[in-house]
Design a protein around this ligand. Structure first.
Ligand code: SF4
Length: 695
């Protein structure tokens, strides 16, 4: 705590928006936050901030905040305000009734990437120790679960390889399926600074993002591929690197698995993986694919940064593995200035994954079927754990519709708005007998809830967030929880009502338990974070005191890096005469995700609705005028949006953001998903667009 005047003081905390994880000094008068000042000693931001973190924190005290627990027997009944004790007892009784009636696996939970590490840890513990199954998942299912799978298969762990500051040593920067200027603005500033110093830039994106032609920054190559062809482009790049022998042979011989490397070389060298063959598939000219591959392989330190434009595809996991293959083949993993770096969307999506919010993994990415690992948790928690992986979020929806999944505890996640194919999600929620929503607002999912437990914002609790560079930073309580309890306390109460002991006095006690049970967190403590400002996992006895800045130095976590065969397969979501355009989605600078927070701040002055970007050629063909409302139809549903005619998108591709519930972007996205992880294919939806009067 830094005192700065009588009755006035400040506390260091961490932004609750994106995965950059900027540190802020919250300046307070009494119990009121009056200003958020970027923390100059914050390692992730070094005194910088964007218009979300700096100005859009007022949602925490917005009049829409829900402060009373509520219950109702049927969703058609009016809500009834009750005490905390009554709400918790009702929820626990319903969960036990449903398990007695339908079986242990009829209930599950969803953890939130907006909540702290300690809170997500408790949700997975609640599900495993109190519900007695592994039906726990998190929103990473719908964003970076392919990163977890792809980097786990190739490198051995699910995390970005570098610190943000590593980009200052990069000579060639690849930005693929990401728009850092809007979605990760403080990191984008660092990246642009390096580009202004002369680093070369390859952008792989269907849309002309800001970086392609920003002031003083210009991409050397913009590989403007057709949505859904990431793996084709990556295969073409690999083909050039192998057939022109641009390989880092010494690095591969020392650090990678020889057999998988030989198989991979044979695969990518096939004629069907050549730039000439894949130019027609991807829409990217063969000579540009060749030039980009040569630059990546021979231009010095080469770093890849990617986002949801890589993961949210039917081949999301394949694309992540293809990226890892390229980095290993060129020796670009394991030192400063290189690496494979997923740009994480939510403030604590990395942490939610680290904490075991997956149906198949315990904290620290250890498989639930591993009896040795399970034994540690069983001894600490005093329970016997189910060795079988549980249900993923889409499996929960399917099981609910089929009648075998009946109750859900959902903390800080608006699945009715954020998950694809809204109609399917609504049907699943409507089929459940007990939906427990814990949130700061009465969100869309709460329309299907039987129990509402008021949540707490990041200002009302202590804890930690982990950002996209594995940096664990403190979240510090600035005010008392408005509804009486922080989220971790509510989960602990529900667990106790179900007979599971959670005797924590403070989140530091939860972190102590995490550290005791998770080798990559063994050296993490509040005392250390308070002293050093932040630490990066792995942080334990075999790392420096502040943890690990660069991963895979000298060797991969899994031992030898493994090359994976990444065959391009066209998505099932194809254009037809009825649906001739491809819709893809993204974010804008001033808004955040489904807008639950930013919509309730002055940030709406910059953007107050989602629009549909459409190329002039496609607009003219349909008689669409700039600014008029258009109908957008897909196989899943339809919505209306205001048209924005622009050459940022190529002919045949339309684009929208998903920040406002009125736009209903997920009414039209389908439930097609990644083959390995079920991450939805948000980025490819075949649509038709017509003026509203012609629908
Ligand atoms: Fe917050 Fe991300 Fe903006 Fe930093 S860049 S202030 S973490 S939203």
């Amino acid at each position: 705590v830094l005192e700065w005047g009588q009755g006035e003081h400040s506390k260091i905390t961490t932004c609750a928006y994106c995965g950059v994880g900027c540190g802020f000094k919250a300046e307070m008068k009494g119990s009121q936050v009056v200003r958020m000042v970027p923390w100059k000693d914050g390692r992730a931001n070094e005194g910088h901030a964007c218009i979300k973190g700096r100005f859009a924190w007022g949602y925490a005290t917005h009049q829409d905040r829900m402060l009373k627990p509520m219950i109702r027997r049927k969703t058609t009944d009016p809500w009834q305000e009750v005490s905390w004790d009554e709400a918790i007892a009702y929820a626990a009784t319903e969960l036990r009734r449903i398990q007695a009636q339908y079986g242990r696996n009829a209930v599950g939970g969803i953890a939130s990437s907006r909540c702290t590490n300690e809170e997500t840890y408790l949700v997975q513990k609640l599900v495993r120790a109190a519900f007695g199954n592994n039906n726990v998942d998190t929103c990473a299912r719908v964003c970076h679960s392919p990163t977890g799978y792809g980097l786990g298969q190739t490198f051995g762990t699910s995390a970005g390889t570098q610190s943000f500051r590593s980009v200052e040593q990069a000579d060639v920067i690849v930005v693929m399926g990401a728009n850092p200027s809007d979605a990760h603005p403080v990191f984008a500033s660092r990246l642009k600074k390096r580009l202004r110093q002369g680093a070369r830039l390859i952008v792989i994106d269907p849309r002309q993002i800001d970086l392609v032609d920003a002031p003083h920054v210009k991409a050397d190559y913009h590989l403007q591929l057709r949505p859904g062809t990431n793996v084709a482009v990556l295969s073409a790049l690999a083909h050039v690197i192998v057939t022109e022998d641009l390989l880092a042979r010494d690095y591969i011989a020392e650090r990678c698995d020889a057999k998988s490397f030989a198989q991979w070389c044979g695969f990518v060298a096939r004629p069907e993986n050549s730039p000439e063959a894949l130019a027609a598939v991807s829409g990217v000219p063969a000579d540009m694919l060749r030039a980009a591959a040569r630059l990546y392989a021979t231009g010095g330190n080469a770093a890849i940064y990617y986002g949801l434009g890589v993961t949210e595809h039917a081949q999301g996991s394949t694309a992540v593995m293809a990226i890892a293959n390229l980095a290993m083949a060129t020796g670009n993993v394991g030192r400063e200035g290189v690496g494979v770096n997923p740009l994480r969307g939510q403030n604590n999506v990395q942490g939610a994954c680290d904490m075991g919010s997956f149906p198949h993994e315990l904290p620290g990415y250890r498989h639930i079927s591993d009896a040795t690992v399970r034994a540690d948790f069983e001894a600490a928690w005093g329970v016997v754990l189910d060795p079988e992986p549980g249900l993923r979020i889409p499996n929960m929806f399917d099981a609910a519709i089929a009648g075998s999944f009946k109750a859900l505890y959902c903390q800080g996640e608006d699945i009715a708005q954020s998950d694809p194919n809204t109609q399917h999600v609504q049907a699943a929620l409507g089929a459940m007998e007990c939906v427990i929503v814990q949130d700061i607002f009465l969100n869309e999912t709460a329309k299907y809830a039987h129990v509402f437990l008021p949540g707490s914002s990041f200002m009302e609790k202590d804890g930690t967030f982990t950002n996209a560079e594995r940096r664990i930073s403190r979240v510090r309580q600035l005010m008392a929880p408005l509804a009486g309890y922080a989220d971790w306390q509510v989960t602990a109460q529900l667990a106790r009502a179900l007979g599971c002991a959670m005797p924590y006095q403070h989140p530091r006690d939860i972190m102590a338990e995490i550290a005791a049970l998770t080798p990559s967190f063994a050296g993490v403590s509040y005392e250390k974070i308070d002293r050093l400002g932040s630490v990066q996992w792995p942080c334990n006895a075999s790392t420096p005191e502040n943890g690990t800045e660069t991963m895979h130095v000298g060797g991969f976590v899994r031992g030898k890096g493994r090359f994976m065969i990444t065959q391009y397969v066209a998505t099932d979501e194809k254009v037809t005469r009825k649906y001739p355009l491809i819709l893809t989605t993204g974010r804008i600078l001033s808004q955040y995700n489904v807008g639950a927070q930013t919509r309730r701040t002055d940030n709406v002055q910059w953007h107050s609705e989602d629009v549909l970007e459409i190329h002039p050629h496609d607009a003219q063909e349909r008689g669409i005028r700039d600014g008029e409302r258009v109908g957008v139809h897909s196989r899943a549903g339809q919505t209306t949006l205001r048209a924005c005619i622009t050459e940022r998108v190529p002919p045949g591709v339309v684009y929208t953001t998903f920040h406002f519930p009125e736009s209903g972007a997920n009414v039209i996205t389908t439930d097609s998903s990644d083959w390995a992880t079920n991450c939805p294919e948000y980025k490819v939806t075949a649509v038709q667009v017509l003026p509203v009067q012609r629908i």
